[in-house]
Design a protein around this ligand. Structure first.
Ligand SMILES: [Zn+2]
Length: 57
């Protein structure tokens, strides 16, 4: 078992991390849904969302 991998959802316009999800539980498809349902404000305002990968405990 390696360290857990996380998808970091980062908004370039707001210059902040808006979400962090364990890849064990969130597939990329699921992440896409989460962005639309929970972080839709950024998308609607035309912000550039970036997905990053992070390893951590
Ligand atoms: Zn934003």
């Amino acid at each position: 078992m390696g360290a857990a991998e996380y998808r970091i959802i980062y908004c370039r316009e707001c210059d902040c991390v808006i979400g962090r999800y364990n890849r064990k539980y969130y597939t990329d498809d699921r992440i896409g849904e989460v962005i639309r349902s929970q972080h839709g404000r950024h998308v609607r305002e035309g912000h550039e969302i970036e997905l990053r990968l992070s390893r951590g405990d």
